[in-house]
Design a protein around this ligand. Structure first.
Ligand code: 5GP
Length: 187
């Protein structure tokens, strides 16, 4: 088994399914896990902190890092670039941590190609209606963006069977515990 691959947990799920809250819960309750902080060209939401939630970059900076082969994977999602920096993974695994990547389906498939031992988990919303309600309650996207993300969500749900495991997010604590149990069961 590759040392890096077996220490990676890749989480995907449609925007608004609550995966970020679930992952924060895992990281806050189990010190073995740390987050891979992705780079993005999307604009920062008011509550987000640069370097903690994302590394916010200009398109020019992002393209420079693509050219420098600094990404393990990157993609264009709803008009913005997102990518996992190799340095995030390598440094954190070398420090003895299990690194959690919260990335969309194309990125997850690309990580699995490079690291077949990585554990991939799809977090599914209870339903598309509930997903829309959560997205609207979050209040961080305008109507056009919500529609675009809902369309993307139904597309993403079609990929869930390619993941090692699917976990439904009804309750944050329960969903987080299921993910930890799966990791402990397969590692
Ligand atoms: P959001 O804009 O809602 O923070 O993220 C949009 C989507 O991009 C989410 O599905 C999120 O998981 C995904 N994402 C975040 N970081 C990365 C990354 O580094 N690579 C890929 N492929 N997707 C990412």
């Amino acid at each position: 088994m590759s040392e890096i691959g077996k220490n990676l947990v890749v989480i995907s799920g449609p925007s608004g399914c609550g995966k970020d809250t679930v992952v924060k819960h895992i990281i806050n309750t189990d010190p073995r896990f740390v987050l891979s902080v992705s780079a993005t060209t999307r604009s920062k939401r008011p509550y987000e902190v640069n370097g903690v939630d994302y590394i916010f970059l200009t398109s020019q900076e992002f393209i420079g890092k693509i050219a420098g082969s600094e990404f393990l994977e990157h993609t264009l999602y709803c008009g913005n670039y997102y990518g996992t920096l190799k340095s995030q993974i390598e440094e954190k695994v070398a420090a003895g941590k299990v690194v959690v990547l919260v990335i969309e389906v194309e990125g997850a498939a690309n990580v699995k190609k490079v690291y077949p031992d990585a554990l991939t988990i799809f977090v599914a919303p209870p339903s598309l209606e509930e997903l829309e309600r959560r997205l609207r309650n979050r209040g961080t996207e305008d109507d056009g963006t919500i529609k675009q993300r809902l369309f993307k969500a139904s597309e993403e749900l079609g990929f869930k069977s390619s993941y090692d495991y699917i976990v439904e997010n009804n309750y944050v604590e329960q969903c987080a515990q299921s993910i930890i149990d799966i990791f402990d069961g397969v590692k």
